[in-house]
Design a protein around this ligand. Structure first.
Ligand code: GUN
Ligand code: FE
Length: 434
């Protein structure tokens, strides 16, 4: 099947960095263009006034004139079962896990809960313009299985895995090393590399795994080609202190993972607020990435991530919602929160830098730049169409914006899902604004 999307195409060919907006290289804006989609992939991008060949003239025409066509957003750290604990009152990380999160995750032992949860979760991502995600399931094999099944049915690029957790968690949420290894190997063999699904060895965080389990996880990463590793690191000061008590021999929190071979180019570490220079050098040398989760860091009171320092240290940074620590699946909301976190530290985050990080930047850091992240012939047609002039943006100041950057910055800062017109995954419309 062929489809043609018409609108203003925006994507990025290079990292704009922390440059002032007017000096940002790599921004590619193509007003009034056609995106030709053949099956799952982008076939061509051409000016709208260039005539279509007859076989494209009979294709389905989706007219989004005046709207923005962008690569779908990539959320590099989010918890499927935690949609149900969003906006839980009154706690920091460790209390929040025990009070709200673990009870919610325990329900996923039930296959029907896991399946319904996965379906609802992927539909929620689409309704926020997100077309790819790096996802925490629960400790239960069935929860990862459900995500893989739903993801493969929709041909959606997912990275996920069963959570490893064999201590400091309540009954019904712990595995053991041998069974966990069998479950991971089985999931890897059946899903990794199939239908746009990738396996991530998923260590919840250092406190909930024994040393034996961390060694096993490191071996999984080393022995299975192309698998990812996802975990949390240095999010909260009490957590950092606890890890130092639990692992007195480790040089730092990050070192707990590094010494067992868990840190590599496919490692995605959420937060990384309280790392030191040595840790940043380790991440840089391995090409690992930090999934910066702005809304979560603010909501749980975890701290202010120093993005510019990470960048100057050569560390890859992507953007993430971290729902349910984060309070919104919207990558726009998370960009707006990221701007404020940097503003508190005297740094200006441009719309270009934010939008690049949530699209081409994340794709690059995940090693998926030949598949997702840009509007480019040959890449998968994972796209979102945004109406940047409706809802709260229109109400306030959109009319005053002096240039494209100011217009899009206002959209990021004021906008939300009401601005989303359509989401396309692998060439298929998965969300269309009613
Ligand atoms: N650290 C360990 N588990 C979690 C989690 O579920 N969310 C967040 N934000 N941090 C964690
Ligand atoms: Fe998280």
């Amino acid at each position: 099947p062929r489809r043609v999307l018409r609108g203003d195409v925006l994507d990025f060919t290079a990292d704009p960095g922390f440059n002032p907006p007017g000096e940002s290289p790599g921004v590619r804006f193509r007003p009034d263009h056609l995106v030709l989609i053949e099956g799952e992939r982008i076939a061509a991008v051409q000016p709208a006034d260039q005539p279509l060949t007859p076989d494209w003239q009979i294709a389905e025409q989706l007219d989004h004139r005046g709207r923005l066509i962008m690569p779908g957003f990539i959320d590099t750290h989010v918890h499927c079962p935690q949609l149900d604990v969003i906006a839980s009152y009154g706690t920091e990380l460790l209390d929040w896990l025990n009070t709200y999160t673990f009870p919610a995750e325990r329900r996923y032992v039930d296959e029907s809960v896991a399946d319904e949860g996965a379906e609802r979760f992927l539909e929620a991502l689409w309704a926020h313009g997100t077309t790819s995600a790096v996802i925490f399931a629960t400790v239960h094999k069935t929860s990862a299985e459900a995500l893989f099944r739903r993801g493969s049915e929709a041909r959606m690029r997912l990275v996920t895995g069963k959570v490893l957790m064999d201590r400091h968690a309540p009954d019904g949420l712990r595995d053991d090393v041998a069974q966990a290894e069998r479950d991971c190997v089985d999931l890897i063999q059946r899903w990794h590399g199939k239908d746009r699904q990738s396996y991530a060895v998923t260590v919840r965080f250092a406190p909930t795994s024994t040393s034996e389990q961390l060694v096993m996880a490191g071996q999984l990463v080393q022995h299975h080609h192309g698998v990812y590793m996802q975990t949390h690191v240095a999010e909260n000061r009490d957590e950092v202190r606890w890890v130092a008590e639990l692992f007195p021999d480790a040089r730092s929190y990050l070192d707990v993972y590094d010494r067992d071979g868990l840190i590599g180019p496919r490692a995605v570490l959420a937060h990384g607020i309280w790392l030191d220079d040595n840790d940043r050098a380790v991440l840089r040398d391995h090409g690992a990435q930090i999934a910066h989760s702005p809304s979560s860091n603010l909501f749980l009171g975890s701290g202010l991530f120093d993005w510019r320092l990470a960048e100057q240290s050569g560390v890859n940074v992507s953007l993430a919602s971290d729902v349910g620590g984060g309070t919104s699946l919207s990558m726009l909301r998370n960009m707006a929160d990221a701007y404020k976190i940097q503003a508190m530290q005297g740094v200006r985050l441009s719309a270009w830098k934010a939008l690049h990080t949530a699209t081409a930047g994340a794709a690059q850091h995940l090693g998926l730049h030949d598949e997702i992240g840009r509007v480019e012939p040959g890449l998968m047609a994972d796209l979102a169409v945004w109406d940047t002039a409706v809802g709260p943006v229109a109400l306030h100041r959109n009319g005053l914006a002096r240039d494209l950057h100011e217009r899009l910055f206002a959209w990021i800062t004021l906008g939300d899902e009401r601005n989303l017109a359509a989401t396309v995954v692998a060439g298929q419309p998965r969300f269309v604004r009613p």
